[in-house]
Design a binder for this molecule. Structure first.
Ligand code: PGA
Length: 254
């Protein structure tokens, strides 16, 4: 079974001082949750401050995006090379990047390959829109995003990837997927990862559910066989909520 992992996606929230304060407040309670990797993903400008605040703790730091090229004339962008000094994880292909910033599977794939090459753990996000689900295309969309996102990743690198299934209709809406819907898609993702690698490898890849995860629904989500963790947006900005979510998923390791 994959080891549990809970990541907080702070999105475009928290100025530097607020980010440090939030990291400081999370440090002790998250450190005492055993058997789980916890990751916080602040905005780029706060990565250094958050890393400093969490120094000496087991809480990992991640970025929310990166550019695939190591450096160059890409005004406003941040490369994985720059991130590798500051954090261990990076969220890639989040639906907000896909929808609001027109990122496609090929571009996201370049980022995944670049991240792996730098020793950063990519958290590859996949997920269908409501229209796609209602048209019966959810599985096809997710399998396409997964296959294209992981194109060219060698089977030895597949266990270094984290996959987050985030149905777009569940993000920030307060309307989380039912545990059955989430589990069904996670099992599909696991099957597809096994096709790209092996059954054993697929069992090691942490599969996260994301979309309106909170302290109230974390236990039931964590009780599903293929949901190893969560990618948490809104609730990750609230210390008791995020810690409760981490505790819920840590029980999988027990
Ligand atoms: P949410 O966001 O938890 O606020 O729904 C999840 C995400 O976008 O990663």
């Amino acid at each position: 079974m994959a080891s549990p992992l809970v990541a907080g996606n702070w999105k475009m929230n928290t100025a530097v001082r607020e980010a440090s304060e939030l990291a400081n407040a999370l440090k002790d309670p998250l450190s005492s949750v055993n058997g789980l990797t916890s990751v916080v993903c602040p905005p780029f400008v706060s990565l250094a401050a958050v890393r400093n605040a969490l120094e000496g703790s087991p809480v990992a730091v991640g970025a929310q995006n990166m550019h695939p090229e190591p450096k160059g004339a890409f005004t406003g962008e941040v490369s994985g090379t720059m991130l590798a000094d500051l954090c261990s994880h990076v969220i890639l292909g989040h639906s907000e990047r896909r929808q609001l910033f027109a990122e496609d599977d090929a571009f996201i794939n370049r980022k995944v390959l670049a991240a792996l090459g730098l020793g950063l753990t990519p958290i590859l996000c996949v997920g269908e829109t409501l229209d796609e689900r209602e048209a019966g295309d959810a599985n096809a969309v997710v399998v396409r995003q997964l296959g294209q996102g992981l194109a060219g990743v060698g089977s030895e690198d597949i266990p270094k990837v984290v996959v987050a299934y985030e149905p777009v209709w569940a993000i920030g809406t307060g309307r989380a997927a039912t545990p059955e819907i989430a589990q069904e898609m996670m099992a599909e993702i696991r099957r597809h990862v096994a096709e790209l690698s092996s059954e054993d490898t697929a069992q090691q890849v942490p599969l996260l559910y994301g979309g309106s995860v909170n302290a109230g629904n974390a236990d039931v989500l964590a009780g599903q066989p293929d949901i190893d963790g969560a990618l948490v947006g809104g609730a990750s900005l609230q210390v008791p909520e995020f810690v409760a979510i981490a505790q819920a998923f840590a029980k999988r390791a027990a």
